[in-house]
Design a protein around this ligand. Sequence first.
Ligand code: FMN
Length: 165
Amino acid sequence: MKHIGMFYGSDGGYTENVCQRLIAHFGEDKVDLIDIFGSNVKEISAYDYLIFASSTWHDRHLQDDWNNFVDNLDEIDFSNKTIALLGLGDQEGYGSTFCDSIGLFYEKVKEGKVIGETSTEGYDFDESIAVIDEKFMGLCIDEDSQNELTDQRLKNWYEDIKRDF
Ligand SMILES: Cc1cc2nc3c(=O)[nH]c(=O)nc-3n(C[C@H](O)[C@H](O)[C@H](O)COP(=O)(O)O)c2cc1C
């Protein structure tokens, strides 16, 4: 088992691809990349350092596999865990529910040490439950309308979260 467990759900492969690009910063020897489809509470609980990654689908919906699993997170004690949240969304197409996945995750893990909050500057959207006190509770990546910014956003985020990981 590696140091960090990165659990993802991805319908069209975008989230998986972004996870792999983030792992390139950490180095493959540090991160286990695990599809939430087929995973379980025991597997997640084994890690002290976690990254949860999901796209948003429709109003307040995680990617389907994460959506089916998410209530199982209530069985996990996050109080001694460090967690970073990664969301994929589309601010042009879905500007009133942009990257809601981060907000949905946050509600489940907030008793833990949640790291990697980011500024909303540079995004153009109406509403998102990922935002608390004017910050995203994780990193929002928009491969649909701002893919040219993804590499830099991942690099900046890695530089931030690596201090706690
Ligand atoms: C039918 C549909 C609904 C979507 N709903 C949302 C949404 O509510 N909020 C959002 O930010 N993005 C939304 N998206 C955009 C996806 O989250 C985005 O394309 C993401 O990159 C898909 O990642 P995946 O291939 O890993 O699942 C939606 C896309 C589609 C096709």
